[in-house]
Design a protein around this ligand. Structure first.
Ligand code: NDP
Ligand code: GDR
Length: 358
């Protein structure tokens, strides 16, 4: 018999990739959980919507009745919870909503599973933001929980709750720590996609010999351990299909600054830049040589805007994913350089600039 999988956050990056992966590689029936929004965006699940094994169901992590209803009615074999307010930067502005969906939402899912579907396997999307103010590098699962944002605190609470329910009720419930993962489907407020979109905008202006405004960023010294979301989805599915539930950490085991992402992204679009100035006055400008060759109408590609600094920053993230690699046989396949290229090329194609394939 086909298994039933509830995927929350199905319109987002990870939920949509997991949907595609399971539709392609299993015969399972997928129930994509969506909440009511004024203007729904189904762009990430266009293909899934055509598949008879995919259905949409309405529920909201902040509404326990709705979660109970879908779990009782569907009686799923898996509940993969990718939903949350996932933008760290805005979690200081909407802390209650972030905590409600991120922590209480996980509690609501666990309670519904305990009551109505105790054999259902539950995935809770944990984050390297739980490490926060790190005390050693690379970080592993033993690293202390030291969040720096309401978002990180919500994920930390979700981690404790998932363990409590696993231990108390013998549920297959795992909360895994995922380091940053990006893609062509990444939301536009996250730094990688913001850079990729702006690089494409500037590349188009340069091509058309038009003037342009620079990309504006906050802290470019922060270091992140970035991977492609497609690689992580495979790791999550492996974790959900072991004999016994166990927490894992997924990461590329490499770290790079935002500054480096900026340089590689402009380079992927054929734009050579150089840094000038210091601190909040630092800028990245097109090289004088290339500016002359291309007859550009503006020169500053990127500048700092302190409005994008956060009240507290996570400075350095670098994971150690050895247990996942050794025990699950998992490893990421898309390198950092290819991740940057995939994202920039996709944005260049969107503005009508042709690129090689990645
Ligand atoms: P996205 O922001 O792309 O997607 C989040 C999804 O959650 C959207 O579909 C959104 O729906 C939905 N959602 C938000 N609030 C609710 C709610 N109250 N009820 C139901 N659905 C809701 O996130 P990602 O795909 O990048 O991340 C997936 C999960 O993994 C998130 O929990 C995130 O915190 C976590 N994570 C992500 C990492 C990353 O680097 N991407 C790293 C570590 C953890 P809508 O379209 O209606 O807003
Ligand atoms: P992060 O991702 O906070 O790591 O959370 P984000 O891309 O938002 O920030 C990464 C780093 O870039 C710095 N930065 C900027 N960030 C944004 N968004 N916009 C800017 O203009 C900017 N300038 C500099 C940030 O300060 C930060 O240091 C992501 C999310 O997917 C979470 O849901 C997930 O849990 C973690 O990754 C792991």
């Amino acid at each position: 018999m086909n298994k039933k999988v509830i995927i929350s956050g199905v319109t987002g990056q990870d939920g949509s990739y997991m949907t595609d992966y399971l539709l392609q590689n299993t015969n399972h029936e997928i129930y994509g959980m969506i909440r009511r929004t004024a203007k729904p965006d189904y762009s990430n699940i266009k293909e899934a919507l055509e598949n008879p094994r995919f259905k949409l169901v309405y529920a909201d992590l902040t509404d326990s009745q709705s979660i109970e209803n879908i779990v009782r009615e569907i009686n799923p074999d898996y509940f993969l919870n990718f939903a949350s307010q996932s933008f760290v930067g805005v979690s200081w502005q909407i802390p209650e909503q972030t905590f409600d969906a991120g922590a209480m939402g996980v509690l609501r899912c666990l309670e519904a599973i305990r009551k109505f579907s105790p054999n259902c396997r539950f995935y809770s999307a944990g984050s390297s933001e739980e490490m926060g103010d790190v005390v050693y590098t690379p970080q592993d699962l033993n690293h202390p929980i030291r969040p720096r944002s309401p978002y990180g605190a919500a994920k930390a609470a979700a981690r404790h709750l998932t363990k409590v329910y696993r231990d108390s009720y013998n549920l297959y419930a795992v909360h895994c720590i995922l380091y940053n993962h990006e893609s062509e489907r990444r939301g536009e407020e996250f730094v990688t996609q913001k850079i990729a979109k702006n690089v494409a905008r500037i590349a188009k202006a340069i091509k058309n010999k038009e003037t342009f405004k620079p990309l504006e960023l906050g802290n470019i010294e922060a270091k992140r351990d970035w991977s492609h979301a497609k690689d992580f989805i495979k790791g999550v599915w492996l974790m959900m299909n072991q004999e016994k539930p166990k927490e894992y950490l997924l990461s590329s085991d490499e770290t790079h600054t935002i500054r480096e992402f900026v340089e590689k992204a402009f380079k992927a679009a054929g734009i050579e830049g150089a840094w000038h100035g210091n601190g909040i006055n630092e800028e990245y400008s097109i090289t004088t040589k290339q500016a002359g060759e291309l007859d550009v109408q503006a020169s500053v590609l990127m500048k700092i805007n302190p409005k994008f600094y956060r009240p507290a920053e996570v400075d350095l993230l670098l994971g150690d994913s050895t247990p996942a690699r050794e025990e699950l046989g998992w490893k990421p396949e898309i390198s950092f350089d290819n991740l940057v290229k995939c994202m920039v090329y996709s944005c260049l194609n969107e503005v009508g600039i042709e690129t090689e394939k990645t």
